[in-house]
Ligand binder design. Structure first.
Ligand SMILES: Nc1ncnc2c1ncn2[C@@H]1O[C@H](COP(=O)(O)OP(=O)(O)OP(=O)(O)O)[C@@H](O)[C@H]1O
Length: 456
């Protein structure tokens, strides 16, 4: 099968031009020949050639090669990645040296040997193709990084607890210290890890997230350290592991508490030695990695129970950042709720929606076992379910956790009883205030006043 490539031949001798074309067309899809250098400029403007085969001498009797050097410059200026192969009737060392200096790929003397010429075009083409591939990957990488570092990943909150986390991120980001982030599920551990990376001098490098809970025991080494082709039955190709892939950047090991003891030992060795060896290979690769780990487990308790290696804990927790659960920073709930509301309003094209204060108060009272992730999903659900412009408590489908929700009240205080009755009625009528007021024997206005009094 012919190789897909754009190749230009420039020679004023029509016989040479024809025989080169017949030869090259057997192997490449798009071959063009011109015999007049005046057409070169237009040809370069209209095409991105992979390879140009260029004659050095155009005026009859001229052996200086000056013309060839001039056109070589023109081709390289139009596209520095085009590989140029020079053909000359005279083997002149000085000329060849000058041509190479100007960026020619190869220099062949006429009459050429077909095999040699084709081999040279093949190498030139392959070199060019890999340069283009690298360029494409580099630009792909920078687009991805821009996306990952986008403001969407900003951490919302102004409670004293989250401000303390901001200060810790600031201090630790510029260092290379290993960081352990602890906190319940959904408290924003990954978000904080990304924020540390984005504020570090590795921000333009990769941030690689590995969920340790999702890697099977048998594939652990191959996934993390890579393998050599043939190292085990399924190793059909050489493969780079996550450590090597994150080299120069930040490696985020999530759910580190889920690792078994034997795997902890393997991980510890790599972190200690700062070197990684692919499975089935002898030579190792030096690592320069910023390590951030996260867990929702109490690693110190696990150490006491001999479920987690103390030496590994010491390696990964140079700095520890504890993320408090959302119920301990309820000041952030209105900010977070409105932040998520804005993005889901846009996503579901429901402009004009808002959360009234009594609903916000209800959100503040809920204890959010799934933390910010649960709040985010609850807002998304409410935006989808909401009929009017105002989100209702019933749109949130909160799990029953407090007294009003569980239907029991261990108090005979009249104020508490009134509050309980109001909350229960609103719940029964799924947030419909008119119906709840009717049930309670109150006017809507009276109910609103009492809701305000009780902070509902
Ligand atoms: N302070 C915050 N501001 C805005 N969004 C947040 C905040 N904290 C968490 N989130 C959002 O909540 C969701 C859960 O956050 P994240 O995945 O970082 O939590 P986690 O602690 O790593 O969870 P898990 O332990 O389950 O892996 C994400 O969509 C994240 O963007």
């Amino acid at each position: 099968m012919k190789q897909k490539a754009k190749i230009l031949i420039l020679d004023d001798d029509n016989y040479v031009l024809l025989s080169l074309r017949i030869l090259i067309e057997q192997h490449y899809t798009d071959v063009r020949g011109i015999n007049n250098p005046a057409q070169l400029e237009t040809a370069l403007q209209e095409n991105d050639f992979d390879v140009v085969v260029l004659d050095m001498n155009f005026m009859a009797g001229d052996t200086s090669g000056r013309d060839g050097l001039k056109y070589l410059r023109q081709i390289k200026e139009a596209n520095p990645k085009t590989s140029v192969l020079l053909l000359t009737a005279y083997a002149e060392i000085d000329l060849a040296v000058e041509a190479m200096r100007l960026g020619a790929f190869d220099f062949l003397v006429k009459p050429w040997e077909n095999e040699k010429l084709l081999a040279s075009i093949k190498t030139a083409f392959e070199l060019n193709a890999s340069a283009r591939k690298i360029e494409q990957l580099e630009s792909g990488k920078s687009v991805l990084l821009q996306e990952l570092n986008a403001p969407f990943h900003n951490i919302i909150g102004d409670s004293p607890a989250i401000k303390q986390v901001f200060r810790q991120i600031d201090k630790v980001a510029k260092t290379k210290a290993n960081v352990l982030i602890t906190g319940e599920n959904g408290t924003g551990k990954e978000l904080v890890a990304r924020a540390i990376h984005n504020a570090s001098d590795r921000a333009s490098e990769i941030f690689l997230n590995v969920d340790m809970g999702a890697i099977s025991e048998s594939l652990f080494e191959s996934e993390l350290f890579g393998h050599k082709k043939g190292a085990f039955t399924d190793a059909r190709n050489d493969r780079m592991g996550k450590f090597e892939a994150a080299n120069g950047g930040t490696l985020f090991l999530d759910e580190i508490g889920n690792l078994s003891l034997p795997l902890q030992a393997k991980l510890l060795r790599v972190i200690q030695e700062q070197k990684v060896t692919r499975v089935g290979e002898n030579k190792s690769t030096d690592l320069d990695i910023r390590l951030i780990c996260a867990t929702n487990a109490q690693l110190e308790d696990m150490v006491k129970a001999e479920e987690f290696r103390q030496d590994l804990l010491f390696r990964i927790n140079t700095i520890e950042i504890q993320l408090p659960p959302l119920r301990e920073r309820t000041e952030d709930i209105p900010l977070l709720a409105n932040h998520f509301l804005e993005s889901y309003k846009q996503k579901y094209k429901k402009t004009g929606l808002y959360v009234p204060d009594y609903v916000i108060n209800r959100l503040i009272k809920y204890d959010w076992p799934g933390n910010i992730r649960e709040l985010q999903h609850a807002i998304e659900r409410a935006v989808i379910m909401c009929d009017g412009k105002q989100l209702q408590v019933s749109d949130f489908n909160l799990k029953e956790t407090n007294e009003a929700e569980s239907g029991t009240l261990n108090s005979f205080n009249l104020d508490d009883l009134e509050k309980w009755a109001i909350e229960s009625a609103i719940k029964k009528h799924q947030g419909n205030i008119s119906h709840a007021a009717q049930e309670l024997g109150l006017s809507r206005g009276a109910l609103y006043r009492r809701m305000e009094k009780h902070g509902i």
